[in-house]
Design a protein. Structure first.
Length: 411
């Protein structure tokens, strides 16, 4: 099968987040399929943007670990303002302009529109129609509900209306809809989807990356963790995006409640809220909290090996009633971490796996109490929880299993 995977924000192990498109594509290639990933040249979630052949080039091709990429030129931007909207528009326009060439040269059997926002469905439909291919819509976050419920945008905003039109088109015209979120059935049916066309394929991990030796930590982060161990404190790690949705203020509030206890908080990552959170840590004198820059993905196992408790949280918002599938939770579980989850959602992976505790979202007292309970357990009890999490992920969330499920859905 020739699979054209359109993901505006697609990255790789070389470029950084996001990784889902890369892992699926690599597994599809290993299964014998031909895959082309089409992505934008500029993405706010990548740590490294693709190299560009010349200032005038509108597109560039690259092979990364056996996966072929076609990069379409888009303007630089920061944050979630007008610049990001212009970047989205540029990508969709470039995709439409390249539709005939992609249909003729790559001759896809399946065209997957997977850019988080749903507006890529229209140029994807053009390519699928020209090539006689199956049209697939992949749901990451529910747009436009996510910017409405998380970002506070009005349902009457022109951008939101455009997102809604894209989602409705996908639900009514796609041959297949694949969702990472497990509880979307009612919503998508209301938007016109025949649920016989819906398949759930969550996020996953690659076991090989965790079994092979990773890269060791170095520099200030490694030294800080060494000092924490010398002080005899337990380490609470958060590794991931520092955005509003991650509700890290609640974690800092909990850290303030626990400032006189033997718990140290290590936050690793980047995002729109990072600088403000760092100022808050300094201004409030939270000596038990340290923030560090993002680290390479190959160093994540070494970081999580130092965690006594791994933390994940999200805002308490209605959008999570459709379920969650966060990448960092899969990493925590694969690393054998005991997890404290401060999330209220339609599913509870931590509870299902038995790998930690789930407490109320955005409740500093509940987070502090949950950390106290887990910290009070014998170390072996926490390790046993971590083993349960790893077993759960290996059974349900490895990329080879998920890639096959995705192909079966398309076929």
């Amino acid at each position: 099968m020739n699979i054209l995977l359109i993901n505006h924000y697609a990255g790789s192990l070389r470029h950084g987040m996001e990784y889902r498109a890369f892992y699926l594509a690599r597994e599809w290639v290993r299964l014998g399929h031909a895959v082309l990933v089409v992505a934008a040249s500029q993405s706010h979630v990548r740590t490294l943007q693709p190299a560009w052949p010349s200032a005038l080039a509108g597109r560039a091709q690259e092979r990364v670990d056996g996966v072929d990429y076609l990069w379409l030129r888009t303007p630089k931007y920061r944050g979630n303002g007008v610049g990001r909207v212009v970047n989205i528009a540029a990508f969709c326009l470039q995709l439409a302009c390249n539709a005939a060439r992609l249909a003729r040269q790559f001759r896809p059997d399946a065209v997957v529109a997977s850019s988080t926002y749903p507006m890529d469905i229209w140029p994807a439909a053009m390519i699928a129609r020209m090539a006689g291919a199956r049209l697939v819509h992949e749901v990451h976050d529910l747009w436009p509900l996510s910017p409405i419920e998380l970002g506070g945008m009005s349902a009457r905003h022109p951008f939101i209306r455009l997102c809604q039109a894209g989602e409705d088109f996908a639900c009514r015209h796609c041959d297949v809809v694949v969702s990472m979120l497990p509880k979307v059935q009612d919503h998508l049916r209301e938007r016109g989807l025949d649920l016989r066309r819906l398949h759930i394929v969550p996020n996953g991990v690659l076991a090989d990356e965790w079994d092979a030796p990773g890269e060791p930590l170095c520099g200030a982060l490694a030294e800080h963790l060494r000092q924490v161990r010398l002080r005899g404190a337990l380490v609470v790690v958060y590794a991931g995006a520092h955005g509003l949705a991650n509700a890290l203020d609640s974690l800092l509030d909990a850290a303030a409640l626990l400032r006189h206890e033997a718990l140290e908080f290590v936050l690793v990552g980047d995002g729109a809220q990072r600088e403000r959170l760092a100022r808050r840590v300094a201004g409030e004198g939270l000596a038990n909290v340290r923030l560090f820059e993002p680290i390479a993905k190959r160093q994540i196992p070494a970081l999580l090996a130092q965690a006594d408790i791994a933390y994940i949280g999200l805002q308490r918002v209605p959008i999570f009633r459709f379920g969650i599938a966060p990448n960092k939770l899969m990493d925590y579980m694969m690393a054998g971490c005991t997890v404290l989850s401060a999330i209220e959602a339609g599913n509870d992976p931590v509870g299902e796996a038995g790998c930690g505790a789930t407490v109320a979202a955005e409740s500093p007292q509940a987070i502090a109490d949950g950390l106290r309970r887990l910290a009070a357990l014998p170390a072996e009890a926490r390790r046993a929880m971590g083993r349960l999490g790893r077993e759960y992920v290996l059974k349900h969330h490895t990329w080879p299993v998920l890639a096959r499920r995705f192909v079966e859905a398309m076929a």
